[in-house]
Design a protein around this ligand. Sequence first.
Ligand code: MRU
Length: 410
Amino acid sequence: MSTDNTLQAIKFDKEQVALSILDQLLLPYPTTYIPINTIEDAFQAIKKMQVRGAPAIAIVASFAVTVDTHLHLKSKDQPRTVAQLVSSIEYLITSRPTAVNLSNALTDIKKLVLQSFQPGDEVTSKVFDLIYKYSVALFEDDLANNYKLGDNGVSYITKILQQQNFKGPFSIVTICNTGSLATSGHGTALGIIRSVHQQLKQDLGKGFWLDQVYPCETRPYNQGAKLTSYELKFEKIPFTLICDNMVTSLINTLNVQKKSVKSSSAPVKFIITGADRIVENGDSANKIGTFQLASIANQFNSRFSEEEKIKFIVAAPRTTIDFETKTGEDIVIEERPSNELTTLKGPVLSVNEAGVTEVGEKLTVGIAPPDISVWNPAFDVAPHDLIDAIVTEDTDAFVKNSNGEFNLRV
Ligand code: MRU
């Protein structure tokens, strides 16, 4: 079934206990929901990135354990023990290593089950009830928290612009996809952008308003071009797509030369990114290219006055904070296969006689010689000293104390 124009990444039917996910590999063109019935289905979908984004993979994994348990209970010929269930949950944790939400959620489920049942016990409907309740709450809390996070982002942005005595239109740069598609809905960094778009409009009288969003293409997997552009277009938020290597030039053009890019001359005031893992000192792992954005802001800021500075914001729910890890050095960075860099996948596009673009068969094209050495880390770590604020659902924003430290425990 093809479905144009949806931002719903995850569908969970609470009555039927059925899970399906939007195949994000096919976006931004019409795509399909694929059923996830087993832990193995979820492992493959997460690894292939049919669903991606730290909160979304944790939610899908938790729902997949729920559905898998439900189906095992229904097929009476396949009873299994708590130990077997726990070992398949441990296997699912290995599907992607960097986003802490996945391991946090699955570890919580494991602990919850092992608190009440012995490894040798048979998995019963009581085990199922525990997992079901946890997964539904994870999804619902994530959605509610994203709206709070969006509001907190608006408060932080408002405070900064007022402190800087800024008036007029401004722009925001972002990377990867951190929106509805990467979460239960609304999003984190893109959630703040959504909230800013709604709450800081020109006619609302605050004196400043969001004029333009610049999503970075996000090579090599193009989540910015394919997914964030799709969400921004869907929401009618004004945006201009750029490649990752255009950010310095963009800021130079808008903020230093004070010239226009396309139709907007609104300076970049904020770079907002999501996170896959924020560790105790505030170092934040996110999509490869995030560290580069933080460094670019820092480089410009060293020449800018206080009023001109660009703030670098990390936006994530508290489920993305990893208090077990002290610094970013200890974050395991996933390396993806070389073909994600050496090939591009997408449908053939053609324009018919009526001038309408038709979407044809999906193709893979080579853009580099085969069998070459390729380094493809999926994430990098922005050090805390380059981050101005960490915005979560809990407080307006975590900002650093006078020693330049974040205190994420409060
Ligand atoms: O490899 P991906 O697409 O899963 O990477 C996603 C990101 O890096 C996101 O910025 C992060 O998970 C936050 S999503 C709200």
